[in-house]
Design a protein around this ligand. Sequence first.
Ligand code: HEC
Ligand code: HEC
Length: 393
Amino acid sequence: MTGSIGQRRESVLASTDEASAWRRTFVWTLALGAFCLAVGGCRQASTEPRLIPAKELVRLADSRVRKADGVPPRIVKQIGETLEHYFGTPNEPRMFEPAKEDAAEQSPADEPSAAEGEAGKPQQPKRVAQKSSEQLKRGLAVFTKRCAACHGASGDGAGPVAAYLRPRPRDYRLGIFKFTSTPYGTKPRRADLIRTVLRGAKGTSMPAFPFLEEEDLQAVVDYVVMLSQRGEVEQLLLAEGESFDPENAEEMFAPDEMAAVVTQVADAWREAEHKQVIPLTSEPAYTEESIAQGRAIFMREECFKCHGTDGRGRTPEPIGKDIWVGEDVYAADLSSGMLHGGRRSIDIYRRIYSGVNGTRMPSFTEKFKDDPDAVWHLVHFIVSITEGRKFGR
Ligand code: HEC
Ligand code: HEC
């Protein structure tokens, strides 16, 4: 079954028939029990432009946060205990990962310290502490003070004010982030999260926090990573948990299966650190000619079908549902002067090259792999409209 857990991830992401809201009272989501969203299944708008049938994109955009409804209560309980085991409690957050060679023997009943087995007894599996509990506690304090009202105490994006915000504050539990410097479909680098917190997401309610002390900044980002890993592990286990027989009380997760999921999620984050997208060519000069070329590519590649011929993103119909809560979304307004993912050339480059995870904005990595300057021309075109110049049509 361990092997199938990897694939289960697909099924979490591929689920099309799930309503999005669920609030299980795992340890620390208790406080948020009152917030319940009910969202219908995902239907694609019939007017949706037929573009780049990126399977990935469709898969991501049709997914939903997993509910615990179809999971037998004993398994829900087991998952709750496992989460507490690896990620602690609100007052004692922690982040442990099964040590590689021990993953197979991992048991949720073990203490976090590495202990040598006595002769004749099975060795206690070792665990790797990723972040000190002190650091996470500091992160928790910052998060509670500055972030939880929007992002929710459990990182589910459903804090007290979230319902009034468009786009919604990020639900970290899917482990999907928009503004990454990594390839499409991968985790962000730590630096990406730091940048988002420092600069905010212009044009959304995500504020900039340039005044945070360095230690607080680092700690709150660690805490966000922990919430995300915890949430994703929970989502993956719930998905797997649905296949358990409600009648057969004997059937439970084996500890090594759960450990393997924790490892899988932690590995994805670790690997992303080394996957920064570096433009293949350096930025050409910002000239009228480059802008004109960008405009031509914008039309040729049918960016206008989502972003509109004026780049304002006001298509007559929404272009799809968002992945997190299933709300109607429109493409970004490229003319507003407030690019959510940042307005530096490199930010815009990455948004085009790598796409925007969890949204309908596809990755154009394949498209422009033999013509990397095309991305820069598009960047220049977008800079030109974002600076308020007239779109010459
Ligand atoms: C007033 C509400 C609000 C507050 C307070 C807030 N955020 Fe956000 N945050 C948002 C919204 C809205 C988004 C989604 C932006 C989007 O989807 O474009 C977001 C997105 C994010 C993202 C995801 C970026 C990505 O690449 O997907 C991170 C990480 C984040 N916030 C961290 C924080 C942290 C850390 C704090 C506290 C220091 C914080 N936020 C405080 C509203 C808020
Ligand atoms: C299938 C629809 C679709 C197509 C095609 C599309 N986009 Fe997008 N694009 C989106 C959506 C939706 C977003 C907003 C993502 C989000 O929620 O932050 C977006 C965001 C962006 C952003 C980031 C804006 C910001 O606020 O940071 C840029 C830049 C962008 N698109 C450029 C392009 C270019 C250039 C093309 C063509 C090569 C293109 N897009 C094609 C849907 C599309």
